[in-house]
Design a protein around this ligand. Sequence first.
Ligand code: NCD
Length: 328
Amino acid sequence: MHILSASQFTPEDLGEIFERADFFSAELETTEGRRRLATIHQGEHIGSIFYEASTRTKASFELAAMKLGMGVFGTENAGEFSSIAKGESIEHTVQVLGGYGLAAIVLRTKEEGLAARAASASPVPILNAGDGKGEHPTQGILDAYTIQKLLGRLDHLNIGICGDLARGRTARTLAQLLAKYPGNHITFTSIPALKMGEDVKQTLREHGTSFTETSNMYEGLRNADVFYMTRTQNERDVSIDDDLSDEEREKAEELKRQQIAYDGKLVINQAAMEVLPEHAILLHPLPIKDEIAREVDNDPRAVYISKQSPTGVPIRMVLLDQAVMRLR
Ligand code: NCD
């Protein structure tokens, strides 16, 4: 019933989602189509509860719901404006909201694992819109859909994934989705302090997906079919707790220093684009800070604004539609 992780989807599930997203996209192009869509879930409502900043995920989920005829109840800064600020548990929050007759709850949290905790208590589907450093399954699905649409396949690809791989939930999710398809090779690029988590690498090994790790961005760019750039997530601090031993504290502080020193060092600019093959696509989940130079926006291979981000609406329409249907 819930959408918590990329791992719950098979390539067949994803194929169905993509097909339905194609249908919704076509419907969205005409006035009659939009009118037809707006009757599908008329009279239903979703909750849109965000404990962390969002532009695209929140807007595209809410628009997706409205385009299917649903009403949206939301809170933007839930940590401050909801009863969580008074110490309420996430379990009670979703139980109460579910009790008001919502058809689904879209939830973004600062902490990994909170979406799963909410799901264990919720009477209605929980759609994980990003749980801290955990996962961002709906973003991973729209990233995969973009690759499928633009390159015609999700298998036998060379994919570069670059940036803050330790704290970037979209990079983590995409890597796990790509592991479901045969013949892919992933080149992870990051500084040593921000390497991809062991849990994701283990998933890749289990699926037989080959990967290499480097701190030289050009290695990943050179043979890429897809290059996925991400932002440094400096808001997700390394926690330096009081109860750390001297050695642990020193390690954590060094990690923090490296992360700060790293910020803004790996940058896709014109010189990097010259190395990226002509047929390749450059993706980014957005927001971009300074890891892609503005001049790159005009390159036809840079599709994050023009082609990738717009898929958020039809993909989230499909996922909401499926969630509401499952509840009925
Ligand atoms: C990402 C996120 O929130 O994880 N943004 C998004 O949802 N498209 C990426 C980021 O914040 O860097």
